[in-house]
Design a protein. Structure first.
Length: 308
């Protein structure tokens, strides 16, 4: 299976973890979900991300999920989120994922890091623990983990840790950060792939600032796929028109604490997964929220029809 490199681009969809109504992993929905994403044009997938309910899974379940996704992926790249409090647990999951055929692993910094030197040292320790041949995605998501990683720190990590080949950029606001990172590369630092998150909330602007694509999990991955393709073709007006049609639902899905319930509701409504169930703790959408989502979907359908 191909390993992740600095040249990665396009859309790597962050997958949900499908459960049945009893909270067990739903293998049938895994197969239909993976097929759906690649049929829509995804370039790769990422499993066990923050919206994949990874902390609610046992190690055995995590490995099961990775195995079943890879079996359906047909050789397409799959990245595995392996963030953990301890490096031993991270190494165990990473080794098993790569043996199964994963393309690389994604790591977010733990929330107890306070200084720039601690952040740099942490990722050097991760790379030493996982080994030089393990491609690493650095997840920069300060709104979720509480660790601010400056462009200077990212520059140091990229220079000192060759196995870091991709940045998952989820800082907010982060457009100036993207421009600075690309300027650093123009000044001589090695290039890395940059894919963006936050449900694609700033995707057209991020693409203009130098992102290579998206790595996030909006319920309509075709939005990200079509926007990224239009941007790569230089048609920014088309990219913005597509993006604008989906924006109300993107915004609604960004609600802290409710976003996964919204995403799973829509995925189930579309027939991509069989159930919108989250593993506990996790609550389904209330009737009022369902009504709001349905109204947004009706409006979205109308706007897409107008685009043609």
């Amino acid at each position: 299976m191909p390993r992740l490199t600095e040249a990665a681009s396009g859309v790597y969809v962050i997958t949900a973890t499908p459960f049945d109504d009893r909270g067990a992993i739903d293998s049938s929905s895994i197969r239909s979900m993976v097929s759906f994403y690649f049929d829509k044009g995804a370039d790769g997938l990422t499993v066990l991300g923050m919206m994949g309910e990874a902390p609610k899974l046992t190690l055995a379940e995590s490995v099961q999920l990775v195995r079943e996704v890879l079996a359906e992926a047909g050789g397409k790249p799959v990245i595995v989120g392996v963030s953990a409090p301890g490096l031993a647990a991270m190494r165990e999951l990473s080794d098993q994922a790569m043996e199964l055929g994963a393309a690389g692993v994604m790591v977010a910094p733990p929330g107890n890091l306070r200084t720039d030197d601690q952040i740099v040292e942490y990722f050097q320790q991760v790379a030493d623990t996982l080994g030089p041949d393990m491609p690493i995605v650095l997840q920069d998501f300060p709104l979720a983990v509480g660790v601010m990683i400056s462009t200077g720190v990212i520059d140091r990590i990229v220079r000192t840790t060759p196995s870091v080949v991709m940045l998952k950029h989820e800082d907010w606001p982060g457009l100036a950060k993207l421009s600075t990172l690309r300027r650093q590369e123009a000044e001589g630092r090695r290039r890395i792939s940059i894919l963006c998150g936050n449900s694609g909330l700033f995707l057209p602007e991020e693409m203009q600032r130098g992102a290579d694509g998206a790595m996030t999990g909006f319920a309509y991955p075709e939005m990200m796929i079509d926007v990224v393709r239009a941007c790569h073709q230089g048609d920014m007006d088309r990219a913005r028109d597509i993006f604008d049609a989906y924006l109300p639902l993107i915004r609604y899905e960004q609600q802290p604490g409710a976003g996964l319930a919204v995403r799973k509701y829509v995925l189930a409504k579309r027939g991509i997964i069989a159930s919108a169930a989250q593993r506990r703790p996790g609550a389904p959408l209330a009737p009022a929220a369902i009504a709001e989502v349905e109204a947004l979907l009706t409006r979205q359908t109308r706007r897409l029809a107008e685009l043609g």
